[in-house]
Ligand binder design. Structure first.
Ligand code: ATP
Length: 216
């Protein structure tokens, strides 16, 4: 079980905080709005109504002892950056900060954020990629060039084993899982058989994964 703090309980922050609780972690939610804090008080482990620009408040909450702190303040860019600076100064090791623009993200990195998220941009890219690909159901970007992608097994793969298909040699991709309805085969071996309606979860270079998913 990890312990996390989420600063800013807007739509993004509260969704992160709720999910962490669902996954079995301890979550402290901080927001300057009494109303937001009230709304989340039954859901999160602890909630505090406070302004995160106040160093003393962060110190008294023992913020440096959390495994990671999420800065989910949106519109108020100044508060978002200042909070990240304070967290860095107080010795927080993992700071995940939400950025509104690329430049904002760069600034956050320079003041010590360990991971930057651009929720609107990331989701926009995801939706566009899903729409454009037709066959791709979900993907996680690992780097600008590599992703983990889920897609319906192409018809010509059906009835064949992974050993026979040899996707690593042909496309340079690795199959991480085969989904058969509710059943999932993780790290399938060469004898993993592809059947009609199976979904494949693969990792590889974007172009190669795309080529493989369309290889009908
Ligand atoms: P979302 O899209 O996630 O709803 P948003 O981009 O609209 O968020 P805001 O609503 O501006 O972002 O901020 C998210 C939350 O952060 C709000 O609930 C706000 O009260 C809180 N917040 C803003 N500044 C501070 C601060 N200095 N200290 C603590 N909480 C703050």
């Amino acid at each position: 079980m990890g312990s996390y703090a989420v600063i800013g309980l807007g739509r993004f922050g509260s969704s992160v905080a709720r999910t962490l609780v669902k996954l079995g972690h301890e979550v402290l939610g901080i927001d300057k709005s009494e109303k937001k804090v009230q709304e989340m008080s039954n859901i999160l482990t602890h909630v505090v109504a406070a302004d995160s620009k106040n160093e003393e408040v962060l110190k008294s909450l023992g913020i440096r002892n959390f495994d990671a702190v999420v800065v989910a303040i949106g519109e108020d860019t100044e508060a978002n950056i200042l909070t990240t600076v304070l967290l860095t100064q107080l010795g927080v090791k993992n700071i995940i900060a939400k950025a509104n623009t690329d430049i904002h993200g760069e600034v956050l990195k320079r003041v010590g954020a360990t991971k930057i998220v651009h929720p609107e941009k990331d989701m926009g890219e995801k939706v566009a990629n899903n729409m454009a690909s037709g066959t791709i159901l979900d993907y996680i970007e690992l780097s600008p060039k590599h992703s983990i992608v889920e897609f319906a097994a192409p018809k010509k793969f059906v009835g064949k084993t992974l050993g026979k298909l040899n996707l690593r040699a042909k496309y340079g991709i690795s199959v991480l899982a085969i989904k058969k309805g509710e059943r999932i085969i993780v790290a399938p071996g060469a004898d993993g058989l592809i059947e009609d309606k199976d979904l494949l979860v693969v990792v590889g270079e974007n172009d190669k994964v795309k080529k493989c998913s369309k290889s009908n």
